[in-house]
Ligand binder design. Structure first.
Ligand code: MV4
Length: 460
């Protein structure tokens, strides 16, 4: 459990460079610490709750993110005008932009996240992979860094055995990947992957890994302070995804063996200390059918699904981020050893058409948020609010906690039945189907699970 309050506020005022539920989440943490808040907003978000609940709010530009939530000069100007001490980037937008973190620091504003050089390192996937390997974190067999020639690619693939996967060094989140099933396909797919990587990320660098069919996606939550202390706050099971968009997450994973959790967490602790990681971060792994974990990438930010970890550990991760950025030690932030209690599940309630998954922007004409014991709702929605078409489609996160997985599922079903959103389509019906599924209930699923709920042509 982390310390509840401080004798004096670590910062006087922070700016939140984000919108929606995560901006509100950061405002809550700041209020709990006695810190004043500044919201920034686009013209589409004038009536957003982050604007209403922050102490001050500044319009930074038009609806399109490139001219508002991604506009570094506008955000830095807002921070200077309001005289804030620090900036919290939330997730998405500028949260993993090393240049933004750098500009904050050179402008005398504390960036609430890792050091710019560490964000940069984690963004180059094959470098992050090499650093994790060097610290003893298990990785999949693959190339030693970037592929330099088609011959080298072929030799590496033959050595590790097909199928293999080509991944963009600057990619992540599933973009710029190619699965290669045989030597004959390799040259053409390598060219494709390199071209796509160059066009999408500005770097044509590609590396190879052994391809795991039907893996589970399991990620570990990390907190690290500026004194070199690292804590691992358990893991989240994130296998229920569609097109690399997570739909439902839980903690702990119903599939992770305790010995593997313990061994990987220990290695990770050392690895994150060795790279000089600070603040909150997530380390993603794939699990193969034997239950072993293999590192894939690091997300240098707070994640959407952080509340499931908060539910089982009782640690306020966003408050911890602010305190770490202010120079507080984890030894003072986490006043007793972190332990996990019970089980938590999060359902992402998206504004989308249940058949086509197309975004369903518009006005919410009726809204009932569920509550009761073991239920948390993180949202910036209210009756008559408008979900704009410009940003991601997350309307609310519904999190339930129970003594065990069965109770968390039961509470989730109850809460979904009491969750009413009128005026737009949402993913609530899909979540009800997932929760009613026998394999979901027994915990037997992988990253292909969601396909059975989709029309065949929608498979990816
Ligand atoms: C893989 C993989 C199989 N083998 N790497 C997709 C997102 C990106 N972070 C990594 N991804 C994958 N990497 C190897 N060596 C399968 C995926 C993958 C996936 C991973 C996690 C969750 C959902 C996924 C859906 C399709 C593919």
């Amino acid at each position: 459990m982390e310390r509840r309050c401080l004798p004096s506020a670590p910062f006087k005022k922070i700016l939140i460079a984000n919108r929606g539920e995560i901006a509100l989440r950061v405002i809550c943490a700041a209020k709990d610490l006695g810190i004043s808040t500044v919201a920034v907003y686009s013209e589409a978000d004038r009536y957003g709750l982050h604007v209403r609940f922050a102490d001050e709010a500044i319009c930074i530009g038009p609806a399109k993110s490139a001219r508002s939530y991604l506009d570094i000069p506008s955000i830095i100007s807002a921070a200077e005008i309001t005289n804030v001490d620090a900036i919290h980037p939330g997730y998405g937008f500028l949260s993993e932009n090393a240049r933004f973190a750098e500009v904050c620091e050179t402008s005398g504003l504390k960036f609430i996240g890792p050091q710019p050089v560490v964000i940069e390192l984690m963004g180059v996937k094959e470098k992050a992979r090499a650093r994790m390997k060097a610290s003893g974190v298990p990785i999949l067999p693959g190339s030693d860094g970037v592929i330099k020639s088609p011959d080298e690619a072929l030799a590496t693939a033959e050595a590790i055995g097909f199928p293999v996967i080509l991944k963009a060094s600057a990619g992540g989140g599933g973009r710029g990947m190619r699965v290669v099933n045989s030597a004959g396909e390799l040259p053409a797919l390598l060219t494709q992957a390199q071209q796509e990587a160059g066009a999408t990320f500005g770097s044509a660098d590609v590396y190879i890994e052994k391809f795991i069919r039907g893996p589970r996606h399991i990620e570990f939550q990390v907190l690290a302070d500026q004194q070199g202390n690292v804590e691992i706050l358990g893991e989240r099971e994130c296998s229920i995804q569609r097109r690399h968009q997570k739909l439902l997450e839980e903690s702990p994973s119903p599939a992770l063996k305790p010995e593997i959790r313990c061994r990987v967490a220990q290695k990770l602790k050392d690895a994150m200390a060795e790279v000089g990681y600070t603040n909150a971060g997530t380390v993603e792994f794939l699990m193969d059918e034997s239950g072993d974990l293999y590192f894939i990438e690091v997300n240098a930010r707070i994640q959407v699904e952080h509340p499931v970890t908060e539910a089982v550990t009782g640690v306020d991760l966003v408050k911890s981020q602010i305190l770490i950025a202010a120079g507080e030690s984890l030894r003072s932030i986490l006043i007793s050893p972190v332990t996990a209690r019970g089980h938590a599940i999060e359902c992402r309630i998206n504004a989308e058409n249940p058949e086509t998954f197309a975004p369903s922007a518009g006005r919410i004409t009726g809204l009932n948020l569920p509550g009761g014991i073991g239920v948390r709702v993180d949202t910036a929605a209210y009756t008559d609010c408008v979900i704009p078409p410009y940003y991601d489609s997350l309307v609310a996160k519904l999190i339930t906690h129970g003594a065990g997985r069965a109770e968390a599922i039961h509470r989730m079903k109850r809460a979904l039945d009491m969750f009413i959103v009128e005026g737009i389509h949402t993913s609530i019906p899909l979540h009800k189907k997932i929760l009613a599924d026998a394999d979901f209930q027994t915990g037997k699923f992988d990253t292909n699970f969601i396909q059975r709920f989709l029309p065949p042509e929608k498979h990816t």
